[in-house]
Design a protein around this ligand. Sequence first.
Ligand code: NAI
Length: 342
Amino acid sequence: SLQASFVPKIRPKQVFANQLQPRASTFKVAVLGAAGGIGQPLGLLIKMSPLVSALHLYDIANVKGVAADLSHCNTPAKVLDFTGQSELANCLKGVDVVVIPAGVPRKPGMTRDDLFNINAGIVKTLVEAVADNCPDAFIHIISNPVNSTVPIAAEVLKQKGVYNPKKLFGVTTLDVVRANAFVAQRKNLKLIDVDVPVIGGHAGITILPLLSKARPSATFTEEEVEKLTLRIQNAGTEVVEAKAGSGSATLSMAYAAARFVESSLRALDGDGDVYECSFVESELTELPFFASRVKIGKKGVEAVVSADLQGLTDYEAKALEALKPELKASIEKGVAFVHKQA
Ligand code: NAI
């Protein structure tokens, strides 16, 4: 028996083993643009989710290797790869959530709108396939300019007769992630506790962090508000410049997108307490699409949180009015793109 006590116990070791308990329901997730800078780390993070039974990876190139690589992680999700337009339908059949990070990223000096000419067509084509093959899925749009690509997706779905505004989401989670990180740093708060709603859209001044609604509540001087707001609005450009021509945010974006996927899957799984900021069809303002906190349930957006827009500071109220013309123009540009092509 003495000897036995020296025999090391051999247990299967898993990364994040605590997350890998068997689940009652599991879901299928597709990533379109899966071999890209965002697609690869996003695939890895989704592969780690115990809520995922199948991970479908689609790209126009290089996706076989990514799938082979990810499939060796000993987590439950089954990984399948799909390449090229002819395999897109099979990639999408039966999936619960489709995430779209396909398209070109910014280089130094570019705005998100400069990507419109290339990415508008990519998003249109991919969403047409979503409409044909999994019209009931949650659709997460990451491809920029989000302020235009989400309206493009909506118009495509309308043309196909399958538009459900509750299930179309522009992914703005990275703005919240950044706001949380920067506020925690500035105010010396415990990161895990910090939650800053970010409203409006996802480009430049349309990104409006509501620091007055930050939790836990903190006081900011006027100078701090200005500095933090500008940093959150320009955080993407901070990364584009640091990467000096090799792309934009990919790792923090994958982290943010994985959080949004996980929240969506928890909602689909019946969790009644799921709130995220997202750019969705909205009646919160006079604009047809607007980012705000939304409650997500089994059927998609259950409610838009209107309380965040009440009692804004003067700074926030002015910034909200100032962002509307740009956001309106970006939305209209997306809608016009689809109608021009029809
Ligand atoms: P990337 O160039 O590294 O990857 C894009 C991938 O899309 C490539 O693998 C490419 O082959 C693929 N692709 C191109 N056309 C396709 C098509 N028709 N069908 C399927 N796949 C296709 O770019 P990265 O860094 O991954 O960025 C992707 C997009 O995400 C960009 O538009 C970027 O602006 C956007 N983005 C959005 C953010 C957000 O907060 N919503 C944050 C950061 C980036």
